[in-house]
Design a protein around this ligand. Structure first.
Ligand SMILES: [Zn+2]
Length: 838
């Protein structure tokens, strides 16, 4: 039973936590740990409420010196009755380590057998670690003590000191929300530094030490530059003491903003070739979590329905900071290329919701709204807000908001009030249209002739979603290009809606020079872009010549949107990729374009019969990119190699698997080798023995995951029987559950085969087996499994019937949301095939 908003509201009327004292004993073997919580709190005299606790066994619970009966714990709730004005609750319990990335997750590193433990308590997993009032508006300071095996290092929100061998004690924290509390423990490799009086630590598994030490300077530089930038922007110093960044195994999300002790997925410590996109994403994640120290941690939302504001703000602030204060001044290119595409896909799904004010009656529902709308749309909308009220007013409003609610909680209304005051204008209407109404406008260019060059009166037409009407005012830049992609004219438009004249472009269109008009050049707004036919026709020729990388990225995102809406044919995407990519030199653009061509067009939109020919075309494209590339530091080398590794020529890939003739920079790159292994397994061009041998040579966490994906990818029926059983079997005493990452690896490999017939029986298995996994997999992890294991490769009307039947059943919230979204994507495939007559 998850906490409802009404229950949270009621409880915060009754109790106010004063202080948590938590002792954890992590030296009790691989399955369980001991937890003692001493919680002092005030309450209404005589009132009753409950604390949250999810133990294996409750050893004892004492309230104000009296022992509570065992029956006081019902499900995850420990009932507390007859409260006094001042109370002390002492709970001793045995808890289970998580394998699903939630609670106190424990993982063993096969490289050296070392174990690692970290707390991920977002959103409602705190009761898996300690007894608490688990809701974001009941903050208190924490004292944390940890007993850990010898040789371990322990890091937590407050600065940790080893007070006696194996016993670690943290400094008292500032008031924290329950979901921010974390402990990370294990034989971490550590790099320390200091900046502006703040002690900095970066930690990762011991087996990653060399990579960590080599990459720490880049990470620390971004950290320091972000601190300086936020200090001057917000006018409030970082308030949580030391700042540790811990790269932990099998992490569900990108990172988590625990004050003073941020956890990151440890793939962000690169073990193979990493392109500009990977470096940008890591820098972005570092800066994003730092923005949360103020927005989210210092000021926390009252209830989960305003969680979006944390994420929208941090997403926006990280990119702003990277551009202004670091070497990553191309941050917005990646936003246009990948984050926006993620958000537009979310907006197209029936699961879309307003940025703000989406109902979150309980924590499970709130988790489902934590998506591309909260991050990508919210950030884009904040950018539009800044155009609307001016940057000075925005910054002044943010400062006032942070000062007013420091170490406490706030709502959207509080935030808008601070901005309104700073801007001296009412934002009700603006918020209604942009934040409180779902859906997006479509931008298209309208002109009188067949061809932009033939008309003197081109117009930008902004059309709202007919099902969700709203009048949104946009700041956009419309730019016109000639056949070779040189910019001919542009109109910068502020606060526009409806039909808008384009005087500069009109003046330029008298001649023949305009071939392509881009309605949102520079990617300033949030809208679906529909190209006119003439522009689409000219795209392959003009795109490579367009100077601005953000605009090229935005065009690819718009093409992906057009593909999904059956407005752009799959072949058109392939043709544009073939023309544009050999000349493309920006990694985020190459990444998004190759994954659109390979993953979306060939992997899903084209029917099975047409895939081999398309793959051969992409293999030629990859060879041309490799031929055009100028060595290891040219992004086309990595992008070309990755594209080729996804195509069908086993003869070309087998030497790469053996480590021969690899493109520059990929020698000894084990993650790349596993990518090749997976493709060869799909093609049935390696053996299980070959994979076993490769695993023996790379017996690491990432190696084992690469192995599982490749192993599940063989096309034969026996492999599918094995892989499905591995993925979905319930854990037992002898065989513990697969970890979240192992399940993801198996699911990612599963849906490949020589023909659809081998896979068809697993549609029914998906419908029956995946929801059942909720019994042992947390919502967050199961959502990912449900998405990755969805039979997207089999898109058809028959599958559609099965999926609709599934959606008629009772489903865990996470599974329902994943299936709704995957179903929406499948409907896009079916619609495209109908329009383009397949
Ligand atoms: Zn965030």
């Amino acid at each position: 039973m998850t906490l409802t908003r009404d229950e949270a509201r009621e409880r915060s009327q009754i109790v106010r936590p004063e202080h948590y004292d938590i002792e954890l004993d992590l030296d009790r073997g691989p399955r369980e740990f001991a937890s003692t919580t001493r919680l002092t709190f005030t309450a209404q005299n005589g009132a009753s409420t409950f604390a949250d606790l999810d133990p294996v066994s409750l050893e004892s619970a004492m309230l104000n010196g009296r022992k509570l009966p065992v029956s006081a714990l019902e499900g995850r709730r420990l009932h507390l009755t007859d409260l006094a004005e001042h109370n002390e609750l002492v709970v001793t319990a045995t808890m289970r380590y998580g394998r699903d990335g939630q609670g106190l997750h424990r993982a063993e590193d096969p490289a050296d057998g070392e174990a690692y433990v970290y707390g991920h308590l977002f959103m409602d997993a705190a009761p898996r670690v300690y007894a608490c009032f688990d809701q974001p508006d009941l903050k208190a300071p924490y004292d944390v003590t940890v007993r850990a095996p010898g040789g371990w290092i322990v890091v937590a929100n407050g600065a940790m000191r080893e007070v006696e061998p194996g016993l670690w004690r943290a400094e008292t924290t500032k008031p924290l929300a329950t979901y921010f509390v974390t402990v990370c423990a294990g034989t971490f490799a550590t790099v320390t530094d200091e900046h502006d009086g703040i002690r900095l630590g970066i930690h990762a598994r011991a087996s990653l030490r060399d990579h960590l030490e080599a990459q720490a300077p880049e990470m620390l530089t971004v950290t320091k530059q972000s601190f300086d930038h936020y200090h001057s922007l917000f006018g409030i110093r970082y308030p949580f003491g030391e700042y540790h960044q811990v790269f932990v195994p099998e992490f569900n999300a990108g990172a988590m903003e625990n004050p003073g002790c941020v956890t990151f997925r440890d793939q962000l410590v690169f073990t193979g070739a990493a392109g500009r996109t990977e470096h940008l994403v890591r820098a972005n994640t570092i800066s994003h979590e730092m923005a949360h120290m103020w927005f989210g941690d210092l000021v926390t939302m009252q209830w989960w329905d305003d969680l979006w504001l944390n994420e929208s703000f941090a997403e926006y602030m990280a990119n702003r900071t990277l551009e202004a204060a670091t070497e990553f001044d191309d941050a917005w290119v990646d936003v246009a290329a990948s984050r926006k595409a993620w958000g537009y896909a979310a907006e197209r799904s029936p699961s879309t919701h307003p940025v703000a004010g989406a109902p979150a009656d309980d924590t499970d529902t709130a988790l489902q709204n934590f998506d591309g709308i909260s991050y990508a749309k919210g950030s884009a909308v904040l950018r539009q807000l800044i155009h609307h009220i001016g940057d000075d007013a925005f910054v002044a409003g943010v400062r006032a908001h942070l000062e007013r609610h420091a170490f406490a909680n706030a709502t959207l209304a509080d935030f808008l009030e601070a901005l309104s005051q700073a801007a001296g204008r009412d934002l009700t209407e603006w918020a209604q249209a942009w934040l409180e109404t779902a859906g997006m406008d479509t931008l298209r260019i309208e002109h009188d002739g067949d061809n932009v060059g033939e008309t003197a009166s081109p117009r930008l037409v902004i059309t709202p979603d007919p099902d969700r009407p709203a009048t949104r005012v946009h700041t956009v830049r419309v730019a016109a290009y000639d056949q070779a992609g040189a910019e001919v004219a542009a109109d910068d438009l502020h606060g526009v809606s409806g039909r808008v004249k384009l005087p500069n472009i009109a003046a330029a269109t008298g001649g023949e020079s305009v071939a392509l008009v881009v309605p949102d050049a520079g990617d300033l707004t949030w809208a679906g872009v529909a190209f006119d036919d003439a522009s689409l026709e000219a795209m392959a020729g003009a795109l490579p010549g367009i100077d601005d990388a953000t605009t090229r990225a935005m065009i690819w995102t718009a093409l992906a949107h057009g593909l999904a809406r059956a407005e752009v044919a799959p072949e058109q995407i392939l043709a544009i990729a073939e023309a544009a990519l050999p000349a493309e030199t920006q990694m985020p653009v190459l990444d998004v374009a190759t994954s659109l061509a390979l993953g979306a067009v060939v992997g899903r939109f084209l029917p099975w019969s047409e895939r081999p020919a398309a793959l051969a075309g992409l293999a030629d494209l990859a060879e041309r990119m490799l031929a055009e590339a100028d060595g290891e530091h040219d992004p086309r080398t990595l992008a070309g190699a990755r594209l080729l590794a996804g195509t069908g020529d086993a003869g070309r890939l087998t030497p790469w698997f053996r480590g021969e003739d690899l493109p520059a920079g990929l020698d000894g790159d084990t993650p790349f080798r596993w990518r090749v292994a997976r493709r060869l397994a799909q093609l049935d061009a390696v053996t299980i023995d070959d994979l076993d041998e490769a695993l023996a040579a790379d017996n690491t966490m990432s190696g084992r995951l690469g192995y599982l994906t490749a192993r599940a990818s063989f096309p034969d029926a026996a492999t599918k029987v094995w892989a499905w059983e591995e993925l979905t079997a319930a854990p037992s005493e002898d065989s513990p559950a697969h970890s979240n990452y192992e399940m993801n690896a198996l699911a990612s490999g599963f849906w490949s085969a020589d023909d659809e017939a081998t896979l068809a029986p697993y549609v029914e298995r998906y419908v029956s087996d995946i929801p059942r996994m909720r019994e042992w997999v947390g919502e967050d992890a199961l959502a990912r499994v449900a998405s990755l294991a969805f039979p997207a490769a089999l898109a058809s009307e028959e599958l559609d019937v099965e999926v609709r039947r599934m959606l008629d059943q009772q489903l865990p919230a996470s599974v329902r949301r994943s299936v709704v979204d995957a179903h929406a994507t499948m409907r896009e495939v079916i619609a495209s095939r109908a329009v383009f007559a397949r």
